[in-house]
Each structure stands twice: as structure tokens, then as C-alpha cells.
Write a protein that binds this ligand. Structure first.
Ligand code: ADP
Length: 480
């Protein structure tokens, strides 16, 4: 099948979270199954710099509304993946994070920037395209691409089927009514069964409403978001569309995240050479200025520092955690308040706590390898990648029983399959109790080795997820 993968992030070049990782890995896994995949992504500075020889292949027009005519360029990733770079410098040649300007606020024209991405995706998926390559499926991701489903719906003639993947329901792409005209959408779309959402235009709702199928990145999250508690205001709509909603668990990039070959590590190791993991712990302690203590459990967080990730719960119990005793490393960036609180914690507990504010891929790898226990107290978690990296790195995770965390981590109480620690309520005492259980288990080498082995043996490769996606595409197109 021919698949157009439409994404606002693409690892390793542009990534703010799990969506970037998925876009960087799933297309390759689909190609390995024999499918013809091309990835449409804005020509952010990181893309243009990495692919200076990208060649113009089209000028999509007319796109309607106030949308400009961009240049579509083709390049090839090192693995041969064809990339379609959406080049319109006025929108995309901006430094830093793809969504946020220098003052930390969303760019004011995000509706036009991601409206253009969506519109060009639809242009490519319909008869309007001037390319000699016509996709069977337009596969969209999160609110930034949700409008593609609406545009496809309203375009005349033959069109590709549209799959909309939800990586996070919390980001809904809400803009005011005037954007309907700017984006060249018909007035007919402005109603409750269209893209209107409490007086706003919602990119996310457009995706849910008009896509031929919707999926989320874990079966657990697909169930949870249909409940009023976890549906972020979309539960009713999702229940109406339950028949086209499913969950497919993400994989991980098992080449990049392999402790046996990871070039970021002080020492490589595997399930048969687990004793070598200790060298990564002492190297990490040295790197981050922690006391060189092999006898203390080292807890770790690598995360966006936001309310979703439940780090306020960890901050609340931090004094008790240090008294266990245990060490803590945090790598993350996010809301200024959480960044400040984490940094203050490190100042108060020098030698026992190290906090790095920022985004550092290499350090994330060294933390996964060097830590003993990974902590993810998320309030909600569509899939979560870090717990899967932790499992693979022999660093049992402590997670809250939600979404993809509950689908991947099995509590140590299960002697046959246990690979981590799972707690229920999103409260500080529940987290503390789980951390106590984890640190106690860490002091039992036989039990600990078993947990590590179960986690490291888990198959989290993309091949399995890609087969599920291929089956979903096949159902949508009716192909055998
Ligand atoms: P989300 O997409 O909600 O942020 P995920 O667990 O699905 O959460 O994916 C997060 C991804 O981003 C992982 O690959 C994680 O390692 C990475 N990550 C998050 N924060 C940082 C950071 N500060 N430095 C390096 N990598 C980070």
C-alpha cells in the first residue's frame, strides 16, 4: 500500500515528545513490511539544514482561504525513507520548538502553519495532486494534522482513506471562528457534528470527526478516553465513534535503545552481562556530581516537566525518598514552576539529587542505563516510551496504572511476569509506597535480577506495531 505519513515532528531531527519518536520509527517498520511510505513534515531549520539538496517536486495550489502556496521538496533520509519537506520559510523557518515562540507562548499563527500542513496532506491525498504518486492512506497524527481529515472530506473526486492517530488528547488545537475562513474551510463544517467545539474551531475534533478510522497509542488509553473522567471533553464524541476507534501500542526504536550497542553509554551490557550495568551507574554519578554510592538505589526521571507527568507528586515525597535513603536524577524541561522546583530540590540535596533542565538525548540514554529504578507517576499516559526504554535497560520502572503504562508494566507481585511496580491513585502516598516497595526489592538481588530479566526480554520492537497498522490500513482500503 502507498501511505502518506503526515507529522509535525520527526526524530531525530525535530522532536518534543513521543510523537516525534513514532514518526521516526513506524514508517521504517512499515517499509520493512513492503509498504511504500512517504513522510510529509514541515521544513523546519533542522530539516532544511540536514537536507540542503532536497529537490522541488511540486507547488501545491490553490489551497483556499489565506493559505499561501508552499514548495514541496523531496529528500531521502539516511535509511532511504522518502521525505516530503513542506517548505514555506515564513511559517517554518523559525528557531527552537516547533510550536512555541521565544517568549514561551504558542506562535500566534499556529492555525495557519499546521492548517497548511494539513491542507497539503489533503492535496496529496486527492485528485488535486500533481505528483505521480497517489497514497491509498493519509495517516495523520495529533491536532496539528487533524484538519487533513476535514479537507479530504470536502475535496471532490477520488481521495485516500484517512487514519488519525491520537498521541495525546490534551492538546486540541483550538482557534477562533475567524480561522475557518482563513483556513479555507466551508461554512458547512461549522456545526456540532463538524469542527465546531464550544464556539471554537478544534483541529483535534476535525480529526476525530472526519477520519475514516481513529487509533490511540495503547489499548488502555483507547478505553480510558471514552470515559468522562479521562476524555478531556471529547469522551462523548469518542463514544459515538467507538466503532472506528482502536488502540495500537507503540514500539520503541530498538536499534537506538539497545544497551548492548548504545554508543552513549560508558559500558555496554545485555541481559547476560547485567553486572556491567553498574559501571554506568558510577559514571552517571560522577558526571552529575552525585556521591559515588553503589549501595544506594538511584532513581531517575526523564520527562517533560508538566502536570500530566505527575512530577509534583514526586516533589511532594522527595524528602521521604531521600530519607529511604536513595539518590535521584531528573532530566527534563517544561513549565517554569516545575523547572524551578526541581532545580531547588537539587540545590537542597547536593550529592543526593541532580537535576538537568533541558533536552539532552545522549544524557537520557546514560540515565536509562545508569539508574536502578525509573519513575513515571503520570496522571495519564497515552503510551509512554520511557518505561519501555527502562524495561529494555534493566531499570525497572515505577508507574501509575494508566494508559500505556498499565499495558506495558507488570507489577512485581506477579512472580512469572513482574517487571516493575504499578500503583493506583495519583497521590503522593501511593507513589511513596510504590517507591518503598521498589527500593526494598532492589536490595534483594535475586528478585531484582528476575524483574530485570522479565523487562529486558519484553519485545517492544516496532515490527509488531507495524503489522497492526498494516492490518488497519488494509481494513480501511478493503485490500486483501
Ligand atoms: P511524551 O510524548 O508525553 O513526552 P513519551 O514517554 O511518550 O512522553 O516520550 C517522551 C520522549 O521524549 C522519550 O523519547 C523521552 O526519552 C524523551 N524526552 C523527554 N524529555 C526529555 C529530555 N529532557 N531530554 C531528552 N529526552 C527527553
Amino acid at each position: 500500500m502507498k501511505i502518506l505519513f503526515v507529522t509535525p515532528e520527526l526524530a531525530p531531527w525535530v522532536k518534543t515528545g513521543g510523537l516525534g519518536d513514532v514518526a521516526g520509527a513506524l514508517p521504517a517498520a512499515l517499509r520493512a513490511l513492503g509498504h511504500d511510505v512517504r513522510v510529509l513534515v514541515p521544513a523546519y531549520p533542522a530539516m532544511s539544514k540536514s537536507f540542503p539538496d532536497a529537490a522541488e517536486i511540486a507547488r501545491p495550489q490553490p489551497l483556499g482561504g489565506l493559505l499561501p502556496t508552499p514548495v514541496l521538496k523531496q529528500a531521502f533520509a539516511p535509511d532511504g525513507m522518502p521525505l516530503l519537506l513542506l517548505d514555506y520559510p515564513h511559517y517554518f523557518d523559525r528557531p527552537g520548538n516547533p510550536y512555541i515562540g521565544p517568549e514561551g507562548r504558542d506562535w500566534l499563527d499556529n492555525h495557519l502553519r499546521f492548517g497548511l500542513l494539513s491542507r497539503v496532506a489533503a492535496w496529496l491525498g486527492a485528485e488535486s495532486s500533481t505528483l505521480d504518486w497517489q497514497p491509498d492512506i493519509v495517516h495523520c497524527h495529533d491536532w496539528q494534522t487533524g484538519l487533513a481529515a476535514a479537507y479530504l472530506h470536502y475535496l471532490p473526486g477520488r481521495r485516500a482513506k484517512c487514519l488519525f492517530t491520537l498521541h495525546n488528547l490534551a492538546f486540541q488545537g483550538l482557534f477562533d471562528h475567524a480561522s475557518l475562513f482563513e483556513l479555507g474551510l466551508p461554512d458547512a463544517a461549522w456545526h456540532i457534528e463538524g469542527i465546531e467545539y464550544y464556539g471554537y474551531l478544534s483541529f483535534l475534533k476535525a480529526g476525530l470527526q472526519y477520519a475514516d478510522a481513529i487509533n490511540t497509542v495503547s489499548p488502555g488509553y483507547a478505553r480510558e478516553i471514552q470515559t468522562d473522567e479521562e476524555g478531556m471533553g471529547m469522551a462523548g464524541l469518542l463514544r459515538v465513534h467507538a466503532g472506528k476507534l482502536s488502540g495500537i501500542l507503540n514500539g520503541i526504536d530498538s536499534k537506538a535503545w539497545n544497551p548492548a550497542t548504545d554508543r552513549h553509554l560508558a559500558t555496554n551490557y545485555g541481559v547476560r552481562r547485567l553486572e556491567l550495568k553498574a559501571a554506568n551507574k558510577s559514571a552517571l554519578q560522577a558526571e552529575l556530581g552525585l556521591e559515588q554510592r553503589a549501595d544506594l538505589p538511584l532513581l531517575a526521571v526523564v520527562s517533560r516537566l508538566t502536570e500530566q507527568k505527575g512530577l509534583d507528586l514526586l516533589l511532594e515525597v522527595a524528602p521521604q525518598v531521600f530519607a529511604l535513603p536513595a539518590q535521584l536524577v531528573v532530566l527534563g524541561s517544561g513549565t517554569p514552576a516545575l523547572e524551578h522546583e526541581c532545580a531547588a530540590l537539587a540545590r537542597q540535596h547536593r550529592g543526593q539529587c541532580a537535576v538537568t533542565i533541558g533536552f539532552d538525548e545522549a544524557l537520557a540514554h546514560r540515565i536509562e542505563a545508569g539508574a536502578d529504578i525509573f519513575v513515571m507517576p503520570s496522571r495519564f499516559e497515552p503510551c509512554g516510551l520511557n518505561q519501555m526504554y527502562s524495561l529494555r535497560y534493566g531499570t525497572p520502572p515505577v508507574v501509575r496504572a494508566t494508559g500505556g503504562l498499565a499495558d506495558t508494566v507488570v507489577d512485581a507481585a506477579d512472580p512469572k511476569h513482574g517487571n516493575g511496580f504499578v500503583f493506583g491513585p495519583a497521590t503522593a502516598p501511593a507513589l511513596l509506597q510504590a517507591l518503598r516497595r521498589a527500593t526494598a526489592a532492589w536490595r534483594d538481588p535475586v528478585l531484582w535480577r528476575r524483574l530485570q530479566q522479565h523487562g529486558m526480554a519484553r519485545d517492544s520492537s516496532w515490527a509488531d506495531a507495524a503489522r497492526h497498522y498494516a492490518a488497519l490500513y488494509q481494513r480501511l482500503t478493503g485490500s486483501p
